[in-house]
Design a protein around this ligand. Structure first.
Ligand SMILES: [Zn+2]
Length: 184
């Protein structure tokens, strides 16, 4: 089975990204991605947000999602929606300058408050943050672009060992069946 290349964290002009969803999807198609999640900020999107993301023609496979601003922590959590599966990602701990211990505390607090956390970003806007890619954080580690504009597109991705199906991809990520990729 071929590995599927994808980005789990992308913004559009439906929140603070520069480009339309259509333009962002086209950009990732041009980069050869198999899948892409649109994850605009939940506190900046309109009621019609979910309808305004085109599902596309499968090239790439588009996931809809949001980036949750979890209060009172101010911690961003990515929610990526499959058909039945949902994936929750603790986003960019590096941006908050969290220690590994702080990161573990936040994960425990989120889970204690009923929000699952399946994976942790080890990137900040596509740049690798090795200090979070450690065994002590016992969850799968994902790399994403958190793209808002050029030059964010195509910096960091995952390659998932799964059939070309939204739920299968999310299940494989939860199981850790993927590797990280970086353009530099
Ligand atoms: Zn983001």
């Amino acid at each position: 089975m071929a590995l599927l290349k994808g980005n789990l964290h992308t913004h559009t002009h439906l929140s603070d990204g520069l480009f339309s969803p259509e333009a962002v999807i086209a950009r990732y198609r041009q980069l050869g991605y198999d899948f892409l999640a649109i994850t605009d900020h939940d506190d900046r999107i309109g009621e019609d947000y979910w309808q305004r993301i085109p599902r596309g023609d499968g090239d790439p496979l588009v996931f809809v999602g949001v980036e949750i601003d979890y209060q009172p922590l101010g911690q961003h959590v990515g929610e990526i929606r499959g058909d039945r599966e949902r994936l929750y990602v603790l986003n960019h701990p590096a941006r908050y300058r969290l220690s590994v211990e702080d990161t573990l505390r936040r994960i425990a607090l989120l889970k204690g408050n009923g929000l699952p956390v399946h994976a942790v970003e080890v990137t900040d806007t596509g740049l690798y943050k090795a200090e979070y890619d450690v065994e002590a954080i016992g969850l799968p580690k994902v790399a994403t672009d958190d793209a808002h504009r050029e030059p964010h597109f195509g910096r960091a991705w995952i390659e998932v060992d799964a059939p070309r199906d939204r739920d299968a991809i999310l299940r494989a990520i939860k199981a850790g069946d993927f590797r990280l990729g970086f353009s530099r």
